[in-house]
Design a protein around this ligand. Sequence first.
Ligand code: NAP
Ligand code: F7E
Length: 338
Amino acid sequence: MRRALVTGVTGQDGSYLAELLLGKGYEVWGLVRRSSGAGAARLAHLAPDQRARLRLVEGDMTDPSSLRKAVREARPDEVYNLAAQSHVRVSFDLPEHTAAVTGLGALHLLEALREGGHRPRYYQASSSEQFGRAREAPQRESTPFAPCSPYAVAKVFAHETTVSYREAYGLHASTGILFNHESPRRGEAFVTRKITRAAARIRRGLQRELLLGDLDARRDWGFAGDYVDAMWRMLQQDAPGDYVVATGVTHSVRDVLDRAFGRVGLDWSHHVQLDPRFRRPVEVAALVGDATKARAALGWAPTVDFAGLIDMMVDHDLALADAEARGGTPPPPAPEPA
Ligand code: NAP
Ligand code: F7E
């Protein structure tokens, strides 16, 4: 049985990746923090036979000894480093924490692999935010990085460290430069989910207004389920590499509002207020990716378009709002770390 170690297993991508790997028959070791309570709910729906192959191991990206122990115990064939302080605006409030977890954390993990002498394949969760104030559009693997947030700077550090470990030590280490990807499991502080949650709750009379920072920003939004499949495909290649993963289509925050509020039959302009607290000190105005390499080399393609993605999220959030309106249902218990 192949074994994978996934950091960030309680996050959006971690939960989809764990599901994908368990579905392929892997034993999955997930790194979890003592504080992972809310995120662990994302794993609660797994079927009993899948849970039996999911092992949770305590650890933290800022604690190298816990990473060495996780690697030693799991002896993985593949390692997926998805753990991060992943919120761009929050990274301006917590710059050192973000650098420690998102940047230095990757170095700690790569060192644990190198020192362990065991040579699993490694995936680093790189980000389109690394392109920042991008020098060209669409952005591809050769586009220079121009990070403009503490998050993006930390991700560039982790990315370049991964490349240098590949070159220096011959590790099968790949990076996926992923553009924004969303789902019903997206954290509620990211703009798509913030909007779909609000549209559903306003429709059901549970909320009146939605405060947003910027309506003109443009992003290339895809479906998280598609993007974790690209991660897995990268580690199945004979040679490691760097890949942009994106839909190639860009939309504005305003487009998200149109689609989400349209889905519930409301006019968003009656409910949305601008609030400078949700703006960033530096905004990345527009990003759009060119995934030609991933399509050709990995045989990867997105299966969900923008409209399908937003509709999926709104429909999920309408069901949540209905449950909330009925008085709420307790979430199922999360797996216990062992
Ligand atoms: P997410 O939902 O925010 O999940 C982040 C994960 O990291 C959670 O499991 C969290 O655990 C864990 N984590 C945070 N700090 C940690 C620490 N100190 N030690 C150990 N684990 C820690 O992120 P996501 O959207 O799934 O994204 C996955 C990865 O891809 C991240 O690295 C993100 O930066 C990157 N990325 C995301 C996108 C996107 O659009 N989603 C695009 C490009 C790159 P808790 O549950 O304990 O908080
Ligand atoms: O913002 C604008 C905001 O927070 C998207 C992370 O997964 O993707 C994500 O980072 C856009 C930005 O995602 C609000 O200014 C307007 O232009 O959903 P977001 P992000 O910053 O693009 C990248 C690829 C990652 O790697 C990250 O880990 O929407 N926006 N008004 C807002 N954003 C938020 N959060 N809240 C607002 O009120």
